[in-house]
Design a protein around this ligand. Structure first.
Ligand SMILES: [Zn+2]
Length: 305
């Protein structure tokens, strides 16, 4: 009887150890604050990770409501992947409630994907967050630029390899493959937007400055006077005048913006409105990271045609 039990145990153990990395128990449990970071982490981690995002694609990641369900996700995490640049500061409240020492500030189970990114729109004067400005240390929406994929995925790779050093070669292979796919798509995106180099575009919230900078498009202003702050009537009058003077033909919005307001402004200035995808899963055409970039590039090119 004992022999038989041992045999069953041995068979079960062999089944578990037979296929390294294939069992849920072996996988690194990763929580990313946004769907973009989830997609990039999955690209590097492959089947060695199980990734959950705290903000859904349909939610504005600037002001996520902290719920107990988010704390439960973080409680089980080995690694927390964050955007940084104060986009996802709410995640610190989640971490405090999660009581998981692996992912507290300074612990090895932390990745700040913004490390090494050349930050755009860093304020030249001191910005007081209490005034409502949500970009006090510069523009945090860098994940929208596919040209930054090598840096972003390198940061994620270091975090994963820190926790699972034996899997580093696999993470490196996965990352190289993903970077290669992005490079391939990049030449098509550049071709599509090349005819519109220098085109001026107004944004509702400055969510696409990194994308625009990559492809030579010019940010001509924003409906929000300051990031995260509803516009004043004076600002809108000035914006419409500038749009007419600069012949701005396109206003881009996020799905959660006041689209009616954007349409009124565009109509007065003789421009079109297009909803772009500020994150993976934010519109139905943006299911994956590559699809999101593709959708944004296509939407801008079609609108400026
Ligand atoms: Zn923002």
């Amino acid at each position: 009887m004992i022999m038989r039990r041992l045999l069953i145990f041995a068979l079960a153990a062999a089944a578990c150890w037979g296929v390294p990395g294939a069992h849920a128990a072996d996988k690194l449990r990763v929580v990313a604050t946004t769907t973009d970071l989830k997609a990039l982490t999955e690209a590097v981690g492959g089947n060695l990770v199980e990734v959950d995002a705290l903000a859904r694609g349909s939610q504005n990641p600037h002001d996520l409501e902290v719920r107990p369900s988010l704390m439960i996700k973080v409680r089980r995490a080995d690694l927390l992947v964050m955007n940084g640049l104060e986009l996802d500061m709410w995640a610190e409240v989640v971490v405090q409630g999660a009581n998981n020492p692996k992912v507290i500030p300074g612990a090895p189970g932390r990745v700040d994907v913004s490390e090494g990114i050349a930050v755009l729109e860093v304020p030249t004067t001191r910005v007081d967050r209490s005034m409502g400005d949500v970009h006090p240390v510069g523009n945090p929406h860098y994940t929208g630029d596919p040209g930054l994929v090598p840096i972003m995925t390198a940061n994620i790779l270091e975090g994963l390899a820190r926790l699972s050093p034996g899997s580093r070669p696999t993470f490196e292979r996965n990352r190289e493959e993903f970077v290669r796919r992005v490079d391939q798509a990049m030449s098509g995106w550049k071709q599509k937007l090349e005819p519109f180099r220098g085109a001026k575009i107004v944004q509702y919230h400055p969510d696409f400055v990194y994308l625009f900078a990559r492809f030579g498009l010019v940010k001509a202003g924003a409906i929000e006077d300051r990031p995260g702050i509803p516009p004043t009537p004076d600002h809108l009058v000035r914006l419409i005048a500038t749009m007419k003077q600069d012949r701005v033909r396109l206003v881009v919005v996020e799905p959660w913006n006041d689209i009616k307001l954007a349409e009124r402004i565009a109509q007065e200035a003789g421009a079109k409105v297009r909803t772009l995808a500020p994150g993976v899963g934010s519109v139905k055409e943006a299911d994956t990271y590559l699809d999101m970039i593709d959708y944004n590039v296509r939407s801008v090119a079609e609108a400026l045609q």
